[in-house]
Design a protein around this ligand. Sequence first.
Ligand code: SME
Length: 151
Amino acid sequence: MAFILDYNLAKTKIREIISKDYNDKLKELVNFLYENFEHYSWIGIYVIKDKHLVLGPWIGPHATEHTKIPVGKGICGSAAATGKTELVDDVKSDSRYLSCFISTKSEIVVPIIKDGKVLGEIDIDSDKKEAFSKDDKMFLERIADMLAEHI
Ligand code: SME
């Protein structure tokens, strides 16, 4: 059995293992939501890094060009700045909206908060207008709480 005597090398390796696990978990979560909720047309998890939302695991028919959004910008950035869920029934009528997909009609953005600090968010686009109900909001806020414990 070989021992790793270099603590820095060990730290790098452990960091890799931890981040892999974590991204795999998030990927599994977005896949699960996508497969089980028809009105969730695109799902992504953003994580805050240096005052920006950085896109992590996502699922949907197309990639978004908005992979790095400054906090405060767009619907995503607003939710990150206030720590409050944004539920937009009609994206066309919201001037903050950053367009990703031509098919998107409504959007919900749920911040992931731990100890009063926004760590990231769940962003879901729907091809249906007014797709998200109060039940979606409560459900996704509960998931965000669960995620906060594992981020
Ligand atoms: N529409 C978002 C940008 C992210 S995409 O929906 C994936 C916004 O207005 O912030």
